[in-house]
Design a protein around this ligand. Structure first.
Ligand code: FAD
Length: 396
C-alpha cells in the first residue's frame, strides 16, 4: 500500500475492493483501486502477500465496508463501536486576558502579536474514581482561514447561549467595548483577541456506527450529543472561564437548533480489536478476522490505525495509535522471522552547520568549507551505510 500511495500521491485513492486467495499458505489479496478526483482513471489491481490498511478510521472503515460489500467475508462488527474520543469544543469568550487564539492564515504578521498557544498545556482531570468521568482540557486556536466570521459568530452565540461569569456595570461596559472592537476592527482585536478556545477529550460510549450509503461513508449515532458527558464537560468549562472573567460559550454546533451536533478531531474505532470475530474486526495484532465467528484471520491482511482502537481514550490519541501500530509491526516481523535493526547509529562528531565568523574568512568561503566538511562527515558516518528502511527487512 505505501508504494501505491506514493506513486499515485497526486490522486487520492478512494476505493479498494478485494478478494482473497490462499497460495502456498500465503494470503494474496487483490485490490482494485481508483482515484476520487478522476472517475475515468484506470483501475489498478495489485497482489501482495501482506496488505496493511492504515487509511485512518474513516478511510479504513470505508475500504473494508466496500470490500465486504464486494464479497470479502468479514466480521459483522465492522463499522460498529465508532468513537469521537469524547471530544467537546467550547469557548471562554471575551475574557479579561489577551490570548490571541486566531491564526494569521495568509495575513502578514507585521506588527501583530504572536498567535497564542495551542495544545501546549493541559488541565489533567483524568484521576477520577470512575474512568469515564476523567477528562483533559487543552487550549486551542482558530485557523486564520476562519478568522473573518469568528467575531460575528461568537458574538451571536454568546448572546444566545453564553453564560457570563462576572457582573457589574463597569465590567459590562468593558465587555461591550471589546465586543464592538472585534466587530469593527476584526478578530485580532477586542473580544476575540481575548477568547480562549477549549479542546476537551473525555469518554463517550463508542456508540457510533459507520455505514456506506450510496458509496459515501456515514456515521449513525442517535442521541450522541445528548449524552450526559457533554453537560459534565460544559460545567467544567464554565468553571475554567470564571477566573478569566469571560463568557462561557458552548460549541455553537451543539445547540438545540443544530440537533446537538458533535465535533471530533479524533475519530476512532469501527474495526476494533477483540478476542474473536463475534466481538470485533481484528485480533490484538490488527490481523483481520476472516469471518463472522471464531478467531480465524487473513494471514496477510492487517488494520493498523485508529480504526482498531476499541474505545475513547480520553486524551489526545496519536501516541496511543502509534504505540499500538509499532507493537503490531514488531509482532508481524517477529512472526515472519524477519530482522529489523532498531539500534541508533551514533554520529561520530556533531555535524557543524556554521563556523564562528573570523576576520579573514568571508561568509561565502565559510559556507563552502563547512559544506565540504559536512559532506565528508556524512559520507564517513555509519549512517550513510545504513540502507533505507524498506530494504532493511531480511526475509529468511
Ligand atoms: C487538526 C487536527 C489536530 C490534531 N492534533 C492532535 C494532537 O495534537 N495530538 C494528537 O494526539 N492527535 C491529534 N490529532 C489527531 C491525530 O492526527 C489522529 O488521531 C491520527 O493522525 C490518526 O492516525 P491514523 O493513522 O489513524 O490516521 P491518519 O493519520 O489520518 O492517516 C491516514 C492516512 O491515510 C490516507 N488515506 C485515507 N484514505 C485513503 C485511501 N482510500 N487510500 C490511500 N490513502 C488514504 C490519509 O490521507 C492519511 O494520510 C489531530 C487531528 C486533527 C484533524
Amino acid at each position: 500500500m505505501p508504494k501505491i500511495t506514493a506513486r499515485k500521491s497526486s490522486r487520492r485513492l478512494r476505493c479498494v475492493t478485494s478478494n482473497v486467495k490462499t497460495i502456498s499458505g500465503w494470503c494474496t489479496i487483490k485490490f482494485s483501486i481508483r482515484a476520487t478526483k478522476a472517475s475515468d482513471a484506470p483501475t489498478a489491481v495489485v497482489s501482495a502477500d501482506i496488505v496493511i490498511l492504515a487509511a485512518g478510521t474513516f478511510g479504513t472503515n470505508e475500504i473494508l465496508l466496500r470490500s465486504k460489500a464486494a464479497g470479502l467475508p468479514l466480521s459483522d462488527q465492522l463499522g460498529y463501536r465508532f468513537s469521537g474520543n469524547g471530544d467537546v469544543l467550547g469557548f471562554g469568550y471575551n475574557t479579561r486576558v489577551n490570548i490571541n487564539m486566531v491564526g494569521f492564515g495568509n495575513r502578514q504578521p507585521g506588527s501583530m502579536e504572536p498567535v497564542g498557544p495551542t495544545i501546549t498545556s493541559v488541565i489533567d482531570l483524568r484521576e477520577q474514581p470512575d474512568l469515564e468521568q476523567g477528562m483533559v482540557i487543552e487550549e486551542g486556536g482558530v485557523a486564520g482561514a476562519m478568522a473573518t466570521f469568528v467575531p460575528s459568530a461568537l458574538s451571536v452565540a454568546a448572546q444566545i447561549v453564553g453564560k457570563d461569569t462576572d457582573s457589574g456595570l463597569a465590567d459590562l461596559i468593558k465587555e461591550k467595548t471589546r465586543e464592538l472592537d472585534s466587530l469593527i476592527r476584526g478578530p485580532y482585536h477586542g473580544a476575540i483577541k481575548n477568547t480562549q478556545v477549549y479542546l476537551v477529550m473525555t469518554h463517550d460510549d463508542s456508540g457510533g456506527r459507520l455505514t456506506l450509503e450510496n458509496e459515501q461513508l456515514r456515521i449513525a449515532w442517535p442521541g450522541a450529543g445528548k449524552k450526559p458527558f457533554v453537560n459534565d464537560v460544559n460545567n467544567k468549562l464554565l468553571q475554567a472561564t470564571r477566573p478569566l472573567g469571560g463568557t462561557f460559550v458552548e460549541n455553537p454546533m451543539w445547540s438545540q437548533l443544530q440537533t446537538h451536533n458533535m465535533v471530533s478531531a479524533h475519530p476512532l474505532g469501527g474495526c476494533v480489536m477483540a478476542e474473536d470475530a463475534a466481538q470485533g474486526v481484528t485480533n490484538h495484532k490488527g490481523q483481520v478476522f476472516s469471518g463472522t465467528q471464531g478467531t480465524g484471520v487473513y494471514d496477510g491482511l492487517y488494520v493498523n490505525d485508529g480504526a482498531i482502537i476499541p474505545r475513547s481514550l480520553g486524551t489526545n490519541p496519536h501516541i496511543t495509535i502509534c504505540a499500538v501500530a509499532e507493537r503490531n509491526m514488531a509482532l508481524l516481523i517477529q512472526e515472519r522471522n524477519w530482522q529489523i535493526d532498531y539500534s541508533f547509529q551514533p554520529v561520530p562528531q556533531p555535524i557543524v552547520i556554521a563556523q564562528p565568523s573570523g576576520p579573514a574568512c568571508s561568509s561565502r568561503k565559510r559556507w563552502k568549507a563547512t559544506s565540504r566538511r559536512r559532506s565528508k562527515m556524512i559520507s564517513n558516518s555509519p549512517r550513510s551505510k545504513v540502507k533505507p528502511m524498506a530494504r532493511r527487512f531480511d526475509s529468511s
